[in-house]
Design a protein around this ligand. Structure first.
Ligand SMILES: Cc1cc2nc3c(=O)[nH]c(=O)nc-3n(C[C@H](O)[C@H](O)[C@H](O)COP(=O)(O)OP(=O)(O)OC[C@H]3O[C@@H](n4cnc5c(N)ncnc54)[C@H](O)[C@@H]3O)c2cc1C
Length: 410
């Protein structure tokens, strides 16, 4: 086990500075344009691929070769400090990759994860498709069905997925579907839908409040047929899991939520999502700090007023507190196991801090904070998603409450 330490090693310092340069020189100057266009920023993602930031190599290096667990959160904070919409365009495929890694066999990982990224010359995207119009927080109620056609050794997928990052424009869609709906979450499985599979199409593309450079759309699955080997983890493992779940269903109810494929992925990725939120909060804080030193009112810089300076002091403190929770969770995820839902704690805190700190930044800028000429109103719009996706604020509270109480809090 690697000791938990706040001192970054040389590799981490190098990666942090490298991502920061890209965020400062490439991402930030383009942030406003792509936010206004509300389109996927292909040229920026391609540039990220050219320098190796958008790549399977970077992801495996940041995750596998890092025994501290901190490298990925550090890199994400820097990138999202540049811009969250573009940041998510660059890191959105990571969720699909995590969905594969969490459930697949080693052969499936080798086959599908690189295809979520493609190459520097041919960039590809991944999408992780769980949420549905009637099942967002309640992932145990998915209606998308997966039916096995034994004669052809194929799975047939039908349903509609909602709010999917990279949905319909991705090359690899990882779809979570109900194999046995009666078993709720324990009757679900994850499937890879390979590029250009007939029957998969993009439904509506959403117009969003924030992170507008990131593409979010419905994914429609209409008799989508995928080969048997696209079932992540394999048929044998699924049959065993279903048999165990059916046996448990026949017994008197015990207080167990059961392991769901989607939930396992989300719990593992929560510190990384928290780090993204911290990047936005830090951007807002730094902007407000500088502005408060330059803006004069009543003959002096506004920072000379305690009410402004104390707001900044609180922002700095809260951002550091959130980062510490994220780093602890990232380290625990790599080196041990969560005890009291520390992944959820980190995401809950970081999301709240991002929303609060970006709102305070608007307050410090006054009228200039409220208009699009200055970036803080965009920071605030971008921050709000961190209370919603990958488990809402209330769902994080639910996970934490259950962990600390050992009870099935409703
Ligand atoms: C921009 C964006 C990108 C997204 N990307 C993806 C993606 O790539 N893949 C994917 O699968 N999904 C994605 N999502 C979906 C996202 O994960 C869901 O929107 C989220 O989980 C909330 O689900 P919901 O919208 O159905 O809200 P609901 O579940 O309907 O919740 C509505 C409200 O009720 C509260 N609530 C619900 N249940 C409880 C409860 N038991 N206790 C207390 N409060 C409760 C919630 O906290 C919330 O405040 C994305 C969403 C957005 C907006």
């Amino acid at each position: 086990m690697t000791e938990f330490s706040l001192a970054l090693n040389e590799d981490q310092i190098q990666i942090r500075d490298w991502v920061h340069e890209f965020a400062k020189d490439v991402v930030r100057p383009n942030a406003e344009e792509w936010d206004e266009r509300e389109e996927f920023p292909w040229p920026i993602v391609e540039e990220a691929a050219k320098i190796g930031l958008y790549s399977i190599d970077f992801m495996s290096n940041a995750i596998m070769n890092d025994s501290t667990g901190l490298t990925l959160p550090i890199a994400l904070e820097e990138l999202f400090w540049g811009d969250a919409g573009i940041g998510l365009a660059i890191f959105g495929s990571g969720l699909a990759a995590a969905g594969i890694m969490g459930n697949a066999t080693p052969e499936q990982i080798i086959e599908w994860v690189p295809q979520c990224y493609g190459t520097a010359d041919k960039v590809q995207l991944g999408a992780f498709c769980v949420s549905e119009p009637d099942a967002g927080s309640d992932v145990s109620s998915l209606r998308t069905r997966a039916v096995y056609d034994e004669a052809k050794d194929e799975w047939v997928l039908n349903g509609t997925k909602a709010w999917i990052t990279n949905g319909g424009i991705a090359d690899i869609h990882v779809v979570v579907a109900a194999v046995d709906p009666e078993l709720k979450g324990r009757g679900q499985a994850s499937f890879v839908v390979p590029p250009n599979t007939p029957g998969l199409s993009m439904g509506q593309k959403y117009k969003k409040h924030g992170i507008r450079a990131s593409h979010t759309a419905e994914v429609v699955l209409d008799d989508v047929r995928v080969p048997g080997h696209c079932l992540l983890g394999g048929k044998e493992k699924l049959d065993e899991k279903l048999a165990r779940a059916r046996e448990a269903l026949a017994k008197p109810a015990k207080e167990s939520s059961g392991k769901q494929p989607a939930m396992a992925t989300f719990e593992a990725t929560r510190p990384a999502v928290g780090a993204q939120a911290i990047g936005i909060a830090r951007a807002a804080y730094e902007y407000a700090l500088q502005y408060a030193g330059e803006r004069h009112a009543f003959g002096k810089p506004i920072i000379k007023n305690q009410s402004i300076a104390f707001m900044l002091a609180d922002m700095a403190t809260e951002i550091d507190a959130a980062r510490l929770l994220v780093w602890r969770a990232a380290w625990l995820a790599r080196n041990g196991t969560y005890v009291n839902a520390e992944g959820s704690m980190s995401k809950l805190k970081a999301g709240r801090v991002a929303v609060w700190a970006t709102e305070r930044a608007i307050q410090i800028l006054g009228g200039y904070g409220y208009v699009r000429e200055y970036p803080v109103e965009r920071f605030h719009r971008d921050a709000k998603i961190y209370d919603i996706f990958e488990g809402t604020e209330q769902i994080q509270q639910l996970v934490i409450a259950r962990a600390i109480s050992g009870l099935r809090i409703e």
